[in-house]
Design a protein around this ligand. Structure first.
Ligand code: FE
Length: 214
């Protein structure tokens, strides 16, 4: 029987997004179960939580971190913190498999000698969304962001250097890795789980002419 989510047969491929940015499809498919196990272990020590933005909005995405510092947000602003504000303890160490994959993916994207000190873990449920944003809180404005997708498919929103630039919608499968740095470091990006909602609503609309607000 073929699983709906069996992506083992998907070949690896490389899709250049622009200078300094690449989508490595299937790059971590084999390691995905191990990565998920490590995420669960990290979450036992540093639980997923819904952070509040400086503007007072509670994010729909649940977050935790591992590594020497972790990204946090509260009413005072965004920052990297060596301590988990939820526990007062340092964040869990970055698992070796995370480091290995990040270093390999960065090299594949043209960034040698990558030495990540932080790993933000975002957990999305259906309907959750991380709106278009730039990653601007890091000290190194050239080193790449390496983003690994695990679990359900999602939509990667890939824009430009201005918020108003055209946004591409790229389907992300478990095991896909996006790498962007250097000249692409401040590209606006985001994640949407609307993939499923859209197709479910399409079926409802097609089937019953329902008046759902899209
Ligand atoms: Fe980001």
């Amino acid at each position: 029987m073929t699983s709906l989510f069996d992506s083992d047969s998907l070949p690896r491929s490389r899709e250049g997004l622009e200078e300094g940015a690449v989508l490595l499809r299937g790059f971590a498919t084999a390691e995905a179960p191990l990565l998920v196990e490590e995420v669960a272990r990290i979450a036992q020590a540093a639980a997923f939580r819904h952070l509040v933005t400086p503007g007072g909005y509670t994010m729909s995405v649940a977050m935790t971190n591992c590594g020497r510092v972790g990204w946090v947000s509260d009413r005072t602003g965004y920052r990297y913190d060596p301590v988990d504000p939820g526990t007062g303890a340092p964040w869990p160490a970055m698992p070796k498999v995370f480091l290995d994959i990040a270093v390999q993916a960065a090299a594949e994207g043209g960034f040698a000698s990558y030495d990540p000190d932080a790993c933000l873990i975002n957990r999305y449920v259906a309907g959750a969304k991380l709106s278009l944003h730039q990653d601007r809180d890091e000290k190194d404005a050239w080193a790449p962001i390496v983003s690994v997708s695990l679990g359900l498919p999602a939509v990667f929103l890939w824009g430009g250097k201005r918020r108003s630039d055209r946004v591409r919608r790229l389907r992300l499968e478990s095991g896909d890795i996006a790498v962007w740095g250097g000249p692409a470091r401040f590209i606006y990006h985001g994640v949407s789980m609307r993939l499923y909602c859209d197709s479910a609503i399409d079926r409802i609309v097609d089937g019953g002419g329902s008046q759902i607000d899209r």
